[in-house]
Design a protein around this ligand. Sequence first.
Ligand SMILES: Cc1cc2nc3c(=O)[nH]c(=O)nc-3n(C[C@H](O)[C@H](O)[C@H](O)COP(=O)(O)O)c2cc1C
Length: 207
Amino acid sequence: MSTPSDFVTICPEILYFGTPVAVVSSLNPGGSTNLAAVSSFWALGERLVLGLTVFGQTAANLRRHPGCVLNLPSPRQWLEVERLGHTTGCAELTEYHRAAGITYAQDKFTVSGFTALPAECVKPDRVAECPVQIEAQVSAVHPATEAAPFIYVETRKLRVHAQRGVLDAHATRIDIEAWSPLFYVFRHYYGKGAHLGASFRARGEPR
Ligand SMILES: Cc1cc2nc3c(=O)[nH]c(=O)nc-3n(C[C@H](O)[C@H](O)[C@H](O)COP(=O)(O)O)c2cc1C
């Protein structure tokens, strides 16, 4: 049992306690696909919400064109994801990019080592190596404020593709033993740990 003296007030520089990573495909003005690593995303029902810096090409692309793909990498792909993190599709670099050591890359597939796979419902390509790819459409963009240079992009799922290797024997549901997200924890990469237990809603719940 913890007591108040077990806790210390801290001022962490970042609050990234841990979320899965997605690689977002969005459409560049010339029709090519931009890829970007994001960890600020979550799902509620059929909606997926992304938190994006306003300085990025992904934010500009999603404001202009609604089609996108959320590609979910496995822990094996952390180096490809990390390579994406060093680059932006914005040809004009801002102070934000310079301060973070981010450089311009026109072709994110070449930079990362990922392979393009055509999507079925949207224009940007999928990422072939990612075991799960969610084609989606932007339904709302919540604008940045003076205090926070981020936009919150609400998307609606259109189609989900899953590699056979992460599916159950019927190839209809995600096999939770075979599947692991890639987690981003205080800017470090992790896979999933041991199974701890099931929630009371787990039985019969769709996956
Ligand atoms: C693992 C990881 C997670 C990231 N999460 C986010 C995020 O949630 N939102 C965001 O705006 N940038 C995030 N970034 C930074 C972007 O990937 C980076 O700014 C990149 O330059 C954006 O590319 P773009 O300008 O082509 O969109 C993340 C980077 C990494 C490596």
